[in-house]
Design a protein around this ligand. Structure first.
Ligand code: DQA
Length: 144
């Protein structure tokens, strides 16, 4: 039982990047939260963060053989990437889309996502706690 955790561009800067929007928790804190949440439900975690679209596509492809579900915060690629959408639909794994901030209360260009209509669910504006909610929901989805 394994969940792939994907974080996209600039999320390596969590904790120092615009803390008034994204809070003070770091990416390590997020990975720890996801590991604890998943671990309590009997799931392992593989965590990847990259600023490069193709690296994220490859990580999603690799999940096909050994993961049951994907939690993804695609960062700015949310609003631009047909490639990430095609990777996610291509591997046929259930995934939850997470945004730390409430993207719908921000600039209009953040209101559209290339992923939301093919996601199992979308969580936005719950802070980093959204990642934990996503794990809980995906475990329920993966267990049918
Ligand atoms: C984000 C929202 C995106 O619009 C932005 O580009 C990010 C982070 C979020 O977690 O709120 O990098 O996905």
């Amino acid at each position: 039982n394994r969940i792939l955790l994907v974080n996209g561009p600039n999320l390596n800067l969590l904790g120092t990047r615009e803390p008034e929007i994204y809070g003070s928790d770091t990416l390590d804190d997020v990975v720890g939260l996801v590991e604890r949440t998943a671990g309590g439900l009997g799931f392992e975690v593989r965590a990847v963060q990259s600023n490069h679209e193709g690296v994220l596509v490859d990580a999603i492809h690799d999940a096909r053989s050994d993961c049951d579900a994907i939690v993804i915060n695609p960062g700015a690629f949310t609003h631009t990437s047909v490639a990430l959408r095609d990777a996610l639909t291509g591997v046929r794994l259930p995934f939850g889309e997470v945004h730390i901030s409430n993207v719908h209360a921000r600039e209009p260009f953040r209101h559209h996502s290339y992923l939301s209509d093919v996601a199992s669910f979308v969580i936005a504006g719950a802070g980093v706690q959204g990642y934990a909610f996503a794990v809980q929901r995906l475990v329920a989805v993966a267990q049918g």
